[in-house]
Write a protein that binds this ligand. Structure first.
Ligand code: TRP
Ligand code: SF4
Length: 326
């Protein structure tokens, strides 16, 4: 018997980078212990990207390939596409009725994103309702545990409040979920800035070995370290951050060799690249195999979505009954 029920999703942004892989690696571990539901949340992508939808099918596919290649196992977990389970829309509508506007307007992520994306027209009803849609994802599967990063905590708090409010109004029906804060290290981009698709400073999980090696060779290091004989400062070095995220067993050695000026940055990067390529090899192999026959991923997502629909419909039956809806 599994420990509890998890739901966590990602917006289909296409190929994942190594920072996302740290999150995925966590999911792969969790699926051994919990009953897991992992949607690719394409309706969420519309909240900020409703104008251009032609790429969506490709983006969903690329994301599914990365998930599966990284070890998310469709036999153990329910892997699906949000828009293939219409019950998300139904619960979204119902929760929107009981969610005070103030909760959404006060949400810190809402205010921040409005400011950040001032170039896009996102003063929409759908964007304001982002947390309502996210609460629907979670509550629809009666998830008790939601692995998320720090940035998603306000959304999770709102999901809890919506569950409580629903239960207060209509009787005990929905499960109030707990956040499982993932202690995933924050991985900097190759240039030391925040890793971001718009900066182009990331290594994709599916990058060719040559590309990975090249990106690592160009990573910024301790800027004060000019000669090999200068002692380095690993704590401000991007290369070191990658070691500590992916190869914690090596950081002791890297640190002492760096601080003791026993290794040059070029050699240090070469060693990181070698370890990274070894780690990525089986993932690449699985990805190439999966990508060779498009129907395989399509089938996995269709099957997962069918299973998700069953679970979602079971919840909706309870929700409708509690509200005296047909
Ligand atoms: N908002 C999440 C993010 O941007 C994605 C998401 C949508 C999600 N629905 C979810 C995460 C439900 C956890 C649970 O990362
Ligand atoms: Fe960074 Fe390694 Fe150079 Fe030290 S030796 S500054 S850890 S790349």
């Amino acid at each position: 018997m599994k420990k509890g029920t998890i739901l966590s999703g990602m917006r289909p942004t296409g190929k994942l980078h190594l920072g996302n892989y740290l999150t995925l690696r966590n999911w792969v571990k969790l699926q051994e212990v919990y009953s897991c539901n992992f949607p690719i949340v394409d309706w969420h992508a519309l909240t900020t990207g409703y104008e251009h939808t032609d790429e969506l099918p490709v983006l969903i596919r690329e994301m599914a390939l990365d998930w599966l290649a990284a070890g998310v196992d469709p036999k153990k977990s329910t892997v699906f596409v949000q828009s293939q389970v219409k019950q998300h829309a139904e619960l979204h509508l119902i929760l929107s009725m009981v969610t005070p506007l103030g909760w959404l307007e006060r949400c810190p992520t809402y205010k921040e994103q409005l400011r950040q994306m001032s170039d896009r027209e996102i003063q929409t009803y759908g964007f304001l309702g982002y947390p309502v849609l996210m609460a629907s994802d979670i509550l629809l599967y009666m998830a008790d545990t939601v692995p998320v990063g720090q940035d998603q905590l306000p959304h999770l708090e709102l999901a809890r409040e919506m569950a409580r409010r629903f239960n207060f109004l209509y009787g005990d029906t929905l499960v109030e979920p707990d956040a499982l804060l993932n202690n995933v290290p924050l991985l900097p981009g190759t240039d030391g800035r925040k890793m971001s698709k718009s900066y182009g400073n990331y290594i994709a999980l599916s990058d060719e070995p040559d590309t990975v090696a090249k990106s690592i060779s160009q990573m910024v290091t301790d800027p004060a370290r000019i000669r090999k004989t200068d002692p380095g400062h690993p704590d401000i070095c991007t290369v070191y951050a990658y070691y500590s995220a992916f190869f914690p067993e090596m950081v002791g050695q890297v640190r002492s060799e760096c601080e003791g000026a026993q290794i040059g940055c070029v050699a240090c990067k070469k060693r990181l690249a070698a370890s990274m390529l070894e780690m990525l090899a089986p993932i690449h192999e699985r990805r190439v195999k999966l990508a060779s026959d498009p129907s395989v991923v399509d089938e996995i997502l269709a099957e997962g979505s069918a299973r998700a629909r069953e679970k979602a419909e079971a919840t909706m039956k309870k929700v409708r009954a509690a509200m005296h809806l047909a």
